[in-house]
Design a binder for this molecule. Structure first.
Ligand code: F0G
Length: 487
């Protein structure tokens, strides 16, 4: 174990590295194209990494959503799927897995996480309500606001600090929660939401202690608690590694305790169980009945909810694998390695290392690019040009304009480099680190971006941008000087 508690192997030389605790049995050919081709690709994609075609991408670090490697057992289970519109045996296997892993009796399937958010928001939020949470996710916020709610992010002072040694930056500030309840009253608070491994602030977990305290406050006021469990495996893993009293507790028991504190647990299966789909679980029949009838309306019948039966089979297996201490450690160990190496090189990166990916602080990386010129988006485009690796902008481009049409500058400008579970090897990780380092040494060459086409809703998905000035040409010239014909 290293200082973050990650399983690592020590070499005779003393060096410590993460090791792939699986073997590769199915492979996909990758393409590392020449820099001029990478430039053409990002230009055609409007400097938006979402619009790239994977035939041009070397390491696809856009997301871990639907891109985790599936296991042999998951693939095998798909062959046994029971095709039926209603009453499929595959659904009952998945229901059983969810009852065992999350410990909740009632299960509603949904085609993915945001579909679960739609159902929960429509069922519980009314005009004028407020929803306290540790931090929003893009789709969560959009659904809650669509239903007339306003979100309040009541994170602790440490949450948005890039460099930190606080192990649980995803915690809710209990005083802020109490104040919010006193200000708005429990009748206007349909639920408190906690997001495991808080995505947008760098995959940062909350502690069990914090969740217990939030639950106690919510209970005092008769407010229910909703847990976004999309990244619960990693959050449970960090509790095991970082929270006193849990080092000998299996991840599966920690995960059960977390779910036990929530009244409703929902998830994106694209993340938590390495397949597609999503769902909602609860032990409370009244809550279940409030949501149930929306499933056939938006998703599909109650025993498939918009998913294929094959995915449902693989989800059941994937859920058990998520609670395996070795399986769940893989992505965090590679992230911790990458974060550690980047830190040694002086590159500003979110610490402590979290779940999902390694998050580079674009404002620290490119202090000369004003936030209005989207430093995280510019860095994502520059990294693609320099390496063929695609990351995701998580900053101002991912925010929405205010009612006057002005950009709302994001709290943090991050370039997220996702590490889907069991997908990339150590040499690929080293390549990424090398090219990020090269960019950092040449950061003064990188400029900003501006929109040329901007959709009004979730603009980061489909918006198109262009460089401000001719910085891409300068960057490519320097790359060729330094790397010659090397890819
Ligand atoms: N909640 C969290 C915490 C998420 O990270 C996501 C998706 C969702 C809800 C929505 O789930 O995509 O299945 O509809 N996160 C992906 C990402 C998209 O790239 O981080 P979905």
């Amino acid at each position: 174990m290293d200082q973050n508690g990650m399983p690592v192997v020590k070499f005779f030389s003393g060096k410590q590295i993460p090791v792939e605790l699986h073997k590769v049995r199915i492979v996909q050919k990758l393409h590392l194209k020449k820099i001029d081709e990478r430039y053409t690709a990002i230009n055609e994609a409007g400097y938006n990494t979402f619009l790239l075609n994977t035939k041009d991408v070397f390491l696809d670090m856009l997301t871990d959503s639907g891109t985790n490697a599936m296991s042999d057992n998951q693939l095998a289970s798909m062959m046994q799927a029971d095709d039926a519109y209603a009453g499929s045996q595959s659904f009952y296997k998945m229901e059983e897995a969810l009852r065992e892993v999350f410990g909740k009796h009632y299960v509603l399937p949904a085609h993915q996480g945001r579909a679960a958010e739609n159902i929960i928001s429509q069922s519980f939020i009314k005009e004028g309500d407020v929803i306290p949470m540790n931090y929003h996710f893009t789709t969560t916020k959009a659904h809650m606001e669509l239903n007339g709610g306003t979100i309040f992010e009541i994170y602790t002072d440490e949450a948005l600090k890039i460099k930190s040694s606080v192990p649980f930056k995803g915690n809710i500030d209990i005083e802020k929660l109490k104040n919010l309840i006193a200000q708005y009253g429990p009748d206007h608070i349909p639920f408190v939401r906690m997001e495991a491994s808080t995505n947008l602030i760098g995959g940062q977990p909350f502690s069990m202690q914090n969740m217990r305290e939030v639950k106690a406050v919510a209970d005092q006021h008769g407010i229910i608690m909703v847990l976004d469990a999309s990244l619960i495996g990693e959050n449970a893993y960090f509790i095991k590694m970082r929270e006193p009293g849990f080092s000998n507790t299996p991840v599966k028991d920690i995960l059960r305790e977390m779910c036990g504190l929530a009244d409703i647990v929902y998830f994106s299966s694209r993340k938590v169980s390495s397949t597609r789909g999503g769902g909602i679980c609860t032990d409370n029949k009244d809550l279940y009945m409030k949501m149930r009838d929306l499933v056939p309306l938006y998703e599909g019948f109650l025993t498939y909810g918009g998913m294929s039966v094959r995915e449902i089979e693989a989800m059941a297996v994937g859920l058990y694998e998520t609670t395996d201490d070795t399986v769940i450690s893989q992505s965090p160990s590679f992230i911790a390695y990458a974060v550690g190496e980047l830190e040694k090189l002086g590159i500003p990166v979110v610490t402590p290392a979290g779940a999902l990916g390694c998050h580079i602080d674009a404002m620290g990386f490119l202090p000369h690019v004003p936030q209005s010129e989207y430093p995280a988006g510019a860095l994502a485009a520059a990294l693609f040009i320099a390496s063929g690796c695609r990351g995701m902008e998580r900053g101002t481009i991912s925010s929405v304009r205010d009612e006057n049409g002005n950009d709302v500058l994001a709290d943090v400008e991050l370039l997220r480099l996702a590490f889907p579970r069991r997908v990339f090897t150590l040499s690929q990780t080293m390549f990424l680190i090398d090219r990020v380092n090269w960019l950092y040494q040449n950061r003064n060459l990188i400029g900003g971006l501006r929109f040329v086409e901007e959709p009004p809703v979730l603009r980061f998905f489909l918006g198109r941008l262009e460089p401000v000035g001719d910085w891409t040409a300068k960057l490519i010239k320097k790359y060729k000087e330094d790397f010659g014909n090397s890819l």
